[in-house]
Design a protein around this ligand. Structure first.
Ligand code: FAD
Length: 235
């Protein structure tokens, strides 16, 4: 069972990242948690992987909660809003960058491409804007951000409280937070947020967590999830 990774920080979008700060447990910890119910021990890779598949297939989910991940995330504010709807994650909100405490280091997400509104799905996009519209959107966002930052800085420099001045800053502002989650609830997040119904920007983060961290660190669980979890739900 190979479960090591070299790069613990993956850069995403234009200025975002996911950093794996800590991890506790591995595929074997899941198997051992299941076997504890009858005081069993590892019976070798083949038998252990078979048991793990059985657990995933039959939704015996609690052993998967034995594995914990802790991430530091830098993402646009609107992605953080979607992320934080997942109540089973632990958000160490004290570590989220708060514009009440700091007016330093303001970064904004500038998309590479502007997508068009999906015709039949109210919450989705499809295709991309033509060149003229791309340019208009890009230039307009630049203008809005530059103006917002200029007014924000003027307010701060003139003593306006940061907790109110931050109202000037648009939703594409980056925020950073630390969060932890167990493997069972991370799989649920990945199921929803890697899906094509999810917004592109959060999908980028979910895909990175899946391919750079989850798959290499929990290879048996990843294979079982592809077989029994991701393939059956959300048509
Ligand atoms: C494509 C997409 C579109 C979305 N659109 C919208 C939208 O338009 N508006 C909107 O408001 N939200 C929207 N959401 C957010 C969505 O409704 C969920 O809040 C979010 O996906 C978190 O899912 P969850 O509750 O299953 O996850 P978690 O909060 O991590 O919970 C995981 C599971 O634990 C159980 N659970 C957790 N807490 C409780 C509880 N208190 N009581 C009972 N069971 C609990 C549930 O079984 C739940 O599925 C959208 C999500 C997606 C993926």
């Amino acid at each position: 069972m190979d479960s090591t990774i070299e790069n613990k920080t993956i850069t995403l979008l234009d200025q975002g990242y996911v950093e794996l700060q800590e991890m506790m447990g591995n595929d074997l910890a899941i198997v051992n948690a299941a076997r504890v119910s009858y005081l069993g021990e590892s019976k070798g890779d083949e038998s252990d992987e078979k048991l793990l598949n059985y657990l995933m297939k039959n939704k015996h989910t609690s052993p998967f909660e034995m594995v914990q991940f802790k991430f530091r995330i830098k993402c646009p504010l609107f992605v953080a809003r979607q992320w934080q709807r997942h109540r089973t994650w632990h958000y160490m909100s004290v570590n989220e960058v708060s514009r009440r405490y700091t007016s330093e280091k303001i970064d904004f997400y500038m998309p590479e491409q502007w997508r068009l509104q999906h015709e039949s799905s109210k919450q989705a996009s499809e295709g991309v804007a033509d060149t003229e519209l791309q340019t208009f959107c890009q230039e307009s966002l630049n203008e809005v951000v530059n103006h917002a930052v200029a007014v924000y800085n003027y307010m701060i420099d003139n003593g306006v409280a940061r907790e109110q001045a931050r109202m000037l800053l648009p939703q594409n502002i980056y925020t950073t937070f630390i969060c932890s989650v167990d493997a069972h609830n991370l799989l649920h997040f990945l199921l929803l947020r890697r899906h094509q119904h999810a917004q592109y920007e959060i999908r980028v983060y979910a895909d990175a967590i899946w391919s750079h961290f989850f798959k290499p660190l929990l290879p048996w669980t990843a294979i079982a999830a592809e077989k029994y979890l991701f393939s059956n739900e959300l048509d």
